[in-house]
Design a protein around this ligand. Structure first.
Ligand code: DGL
Length: 275
C-alpha cells in the first residue's frame, strides 16, 4: 500500500530480485548497502543454473515463472540481477509486469560511458549475454562508442570453485582479455554477476589504467533513483526483512552464497518450480 505523508509518498513493500543462482547476490549486496530501509526478496534459480549457455526462449520462460512468484509478495519493483536474463527477458518482463523492472545492462552501460575517455569499451560476459549484443546496443543507443566483446564461459565455474586468484585464474583471464587489450580499450564492463569476484585478478592482468565497471553498484544506484523519482522509497528506520528462496539445494546456496553476499546468509527456502 502506498501511503501519503505530509511531505512525500512512501511505500514499504519489498523489492524483488532474481538471478540464475548465487551470482545475483553481488547485486543484492550492493542494493542492501545503498538502501538500508528496503526489505528484499531474492530468488536464485539454482535448479536451472547456468543461464549463460541456454537459449533465449528458455531463459524467458524461467524469468516469467520467477517473477510471478515474486509478484505474490506484492513487490513494488523487480531487479533482474542476472546479465543473461536481462539480455534475453527484460523487454518481455517490462511488457507483462505492472511494476518497474530494472536490469543490469542499462546501468552498467551508462557507467561505462561515463568512465571511458577514449570511447573504446570492452565487455565480458556469458555466451548468452555476448551473443545477444545487448551491451553493444545499449551503449550505442546512448552514444557512439567502439564496443568490443568477449564471452568468458570459464569464469563462472572458476568463481564458483573459489579459484578467484592464483596461477589458473591468471592464465584464463589473460587468454580471454588479450583480444580486448589489443583493441586499446580504456574501460572494461564486468557483464556477469560472478565477475566482481575476479576483480583483483582482472585488475592485475589488464593494468591499472583500465577502468573496471561493476554493474552491481551501478544497478543499486539506478534502483535508488527510480524509487526516489517514483516516490516508492520505504521510510523505515531499518528494513523489515531479507528473504532468500531457491529452486534447488538451499544448503549449498547458503554455504557458497556468503562469498557473493559478503555477509553471513540468513536461512534459505526451497520453492518447487513448475518447469
Ligand atoms: N548470472 C549469470 C549472468 O550474470 C551468470 C551465471 C549463469 O550463467 O547463469 O549472466
Amino acid at each position: 500500500m502506498q501511503v501519503r505523508t505530509k511531505n512525500r509518498t512512501v511505500n514499504n513493500r519489498p523489492i524483488g530480485i532474481f538471478d540464475s543462482g548465487f551470482g545475483g547476490l553481488t547485486v543484492m549486496s550492493a542494493i542492501v548497502e545503498a538502501l538500508p530501509s528496503e526489505s528484499l526478496i531474492y530468488f536464485g534459480d539454482t535448479a536451472h543454473v547456468p543461464y549463460g549457455s541456454k537459449s533465449k526462449d528458455i531463459v524467458i520462460k524461467y524469468s516469467k515463472e520467477i517473477t510471478s512468484f515474486l509478484m505474490k509478495f506484492k513487490v513494488k519493483l523487480i531487479v533482474v540481477a542476472c546479465n543473461t536474463a536481462s539480455a534475453f527477458a527484460l523487454s518481455t518482463l517490462r511488457k507483462t509486469l505492472k511494476v518497474p523492472v530494472i536490469g543490469v545492462i542499462e546501468p552498467g552501460s551508462k557507467a561505462a560511458i561515463y568512465a571511458s575517455k577514449n570511447k573504446k569499451i570492452g565487455v565480458i560476459g556469458t555466451e548468452g549475454t555476448i551473443n545477444s549484443e545487448s551491451y553493444v546496443r545499449e551503449i550505442n543507443r546512448i552514444s557512439r562508442y567502439e564496443v568490443y566483446q568477449q564471452a568468458c564461459p570459464l569464469f563462472v565455474p572458476l568463481v564458483e570453485e573459489g579459484w578467484n586468484s592464483g596461477e589458473i585464474a591468471d592464465s584464463i583471464v589473460k587468454k580471454y582479455i588479450k583480444p580486448l587489450l589489443d583493441k586499446k580499450i580504456d574501460t572494461l564492463v564486468l557483464g556477469c554477476t560472478h565477475y566482481p569476484l575476479l576483480r583483483e585478478t582482472l585488475k592485475k592482468n589488464v593494468g591499472r589504467s583500465i577502468a573496471l565497471i561493476d554493474s552491481a553498484k551501478a544497478t543499486a544506484q539506478e534502483v535508488k533513483s527510480i524509487l526516489e523519482e517514483a516516490c516508492l522509497l520505504a521510510d523505515l528506520k531499518s528494513r523489515k526483512f531479507l528473504k532468500f528462496y531457491v529452486s534447488d539445494n538451499p544448503k549449498k546456496f547458503q554455504a557458497i552464497g556468503s562469498r557473493f553476499f559478503s555477509k553471513e546468509m540468513p536461512s534459505v527456502k526451497k520453492i518447487k518450480m513448475i518447469s
